[in-house]
Design a binder for this molecule. Structure first.
Ligand SMILES: Cc1cc2nc3c(=O)[nH]c(=O)nc-3n(C[C@H](O)[C@H](O)[C@H](O)COP(=O)(O)OP(=O)(O)OC[C@H]3O[C@@H](n4cnc5c(N)ncnc54)[C@H](O)[C@@H]3O)c2cc1C
Length: 383
């Protein structure tokens, strides 16, 4: 997927203007109330963000990963939560576009790309997070399709979304376990309910929920690709883009926290001068700026390689690992620069501080990223 440089710039300028005019003024109100931002979601749909990485043939913008990453960085510098509303949704779109039948693509993607239908990815279960192959949601074959039973948890957009890529076991006995896993397009109807909304430290306003499947019937043509046993591969096949996306959120937070620290350090005076002129604060600002820039470059490098069709599990893993740790470190350092104000709900930095840790967990924890990086390093050294 390609975009002309001037078109990319025009799009990024539009996002910038929107963030300043419509997002920044309301973020505290929505975040503190943990309220779903309906109007902002409608505006994101108008921009085409729900189809950002979907091919134009199916109604999307067809953006390259690099442009998509830059959009996520800009929004996350102010409010990471709202990127989750379209990021998880795009993972669902990717699974359908990459692995679905032509009929499935024609049926689902245009409505998803326009935002008429919104959803996400339902992989995690109470006893299956990192160890996805331990999942217990089962799909039993019937004459016409499947009957699904079990519970998913931590599903982003679980309440406001209506369709999910649902990872299930179609064979509970087969070894290796991943051969018994399949990915379904699960739309909300009888048998598919929301168990409960999960309360969180940060990442407010986007709904994280338990999803319950109780004799939920699904026609056979909602099995992605219409071949059983491909689910693990299909669900993890989108993770490279997913990690670039989480890395971009990390870059956004790292840069946003830096910006807040610089602004505050120029205003706040102690001992007769702005704290930005005290060396202890300057060291912090320099470290934060260097981390943010390194995170940005790693993320754009992974995105560009992804766009060129290369395998990027190592690069995306490095970007996700580094950028999320940079987000965490910059948010606490910025909070220190803010002194007591950093601990106040009247300032923005406390939100970035609460949002940052999620980037170390989502799309594979940072412990797992390091394992993936090391494995690839060894493998590539043998090639
Ligand atoms: C706000 C939020 C939103 C989410 N959204 C979604 C969503 O939309 N869809 C979805 O499917 N899931 C979602 N998740 C779930 C998320 O993907 C999982 O939490 C994540 O994969 C980790 O799984 P776990 O929580 O079960 O941790 P566990 O797997 O129990 O891991 C616990 C700890 O052990 C470490 N660990 C585990 N195995 C190993 C190993 N082999 N080697 C070394 N260390 C290991 C982990 O790194 C971690 O530190 C979300 C989670 C949160 C918090």
């Amino acid at each position: 997927m390609m975009i002309a440089q001037e078109d990319e710039q025009a799009l990024l300028d539009t996002i910038d203007r929107w963030v300043e005019k419509d997002v920044r003024p309301v973020v505290k109100k929505f975040d503190h109330a943990d309220e779903w931002p309906e109007e902002l979601v409608a505006q994101m749909a108008d921009f085409g963000l729900f189809g950002a990485t979907v091919s134009p043939a199916y109604g999307g913008l067809g953006l390259p990963a690099e442009t998509y990453a830059k959009i996520v960085m800009k929004i996350s510098a102010v409010w990471m939560s709202i990127t989750g509303i379209f990021n998880s949704h795009l993972m669902l779109c990717l699974a359908i576009e990459k692995f679905g039948t032509e009929e499935q693509k024609q049926h689902w993607l245009p409505k998803l790309a326009s935002g008429e239908l919104r959803g996400g990815l339902a992989l995690t279960e109470p006893d299956a997070g990192t160890d996805l192959q331990a999942l217990r949601v089962t799909a039993k074959r019937t004459n016409t399709g499947y009957i699904i039973n079990g519970t998913k948890t931590w599903i982003s957009n679980g309440i406001h979304g209506s369709v999910f890529a649902l990872l299930v076991k179609t064979d509970t006995d087969i070894e290796p376990r991943h051969k018994g896993m399949s990915l379904m397009i699960a739309d909300k109807r009888e048998g598919f309910t929301v168990g409960r909304k999960l309360e969180k430290l940060g990442y407010q306003s986007i709904d994280s929920a338990e999803l319950v499947f109780d004799n939920y019937e699904l026609p056979a043509n909602q099995l992605i690709g219409e071949t059983e046993g491909q689910g693990f591969y299909q669900a993890t096949g989108g993770l490279e883009l997913g990690r670039i996306n989480v890395a971009s959120r990390g870059v956004g937070i790292a840069e946003g926290a830096l910006r807040l620290a610089v602004d505050y350090a120029k205003l706040r005076k102690t001992f007769g001068k702005p704290i930005a002129e005290h060396q202890a604060i300057q060291l912090k600002l320099a470290d934060m700026a260097t981390r943010a820039q390194a995170a940005r470059l790693l993320t754009l490098d992974a995105a560009r390689k992804f766009d060129s069709g290369q395998r990027v599990d190592m690069e995306a893993g490095m970007a996700k690992y580094f950028a999320s740790e940079a987000a965490l470190e910059n948010s606490i350092e910025s909070m220190r620069v803010h002194g007591a104000s950093g601990y106040s709900k009247e300032y923005d930095i406390e939100r970035l501080y609460r949002d940052a840790p999620l980037t170390c967990i989502g799309e594979g924890t940072n412990e797992m990223q390091r394992i993936i990086i090391a494995r690839q390093l060894v493998k590539r050294s043998e090639a």
